[in-house]
Design a protein around this ligand. Structure first.
Ligand SMILES: [Zn+2]
Length: 103
């Protein structure tokens, strides 16, 4: 395993993020073609930034951590002040990462 000098080693790569974004928009586009009602659509229940971020993290092998209620563990990010800091588990243990500013 190579050592990385990035401040946060557990960050999704741009490549994973791009692939996840493409996958999400392809799904939304095909639902529109198929005439899926808006309220049942992927577009209605996803976020253009947060959803691909979570997909990319899972693609890279990180497991999103959940509360006992099965809701995703989310904290307010101290840097960008948004409630978008998720908890993950990877090879190095549990860590938190903000979907918006990657803090
Ligand atoms: Zn943030």
């Amino acid at each position: 395993m190579q050592t990385q000098n990035r401040t946060h080693p557990n960050k999704p790569s741009e490549k994973s993020l791009r692939k996840a974004r493409n996958r999400l928009s392809a799904k939304i586009a095909s639902e529109k073609m198929a005439g899926v009602p808006k309220m049942d659509s992927t577009e209605a229940v996803t976020d253009p930034v947060i959803t691909p971020f979570l997909m990319a993290m899972e693609d890279e092998g990180f497991v999103t951590q959940k509360e006992d209620s099965q809701a995703l563990k989310i904290d307010r990010c101290p840097r960008c002040q948004q409630s978008s800091r998720f908890a993950f588990r990877g090879n190095t243990g549990e860590f938190k990462l903000c979907a918006l500013c990657h803090n």
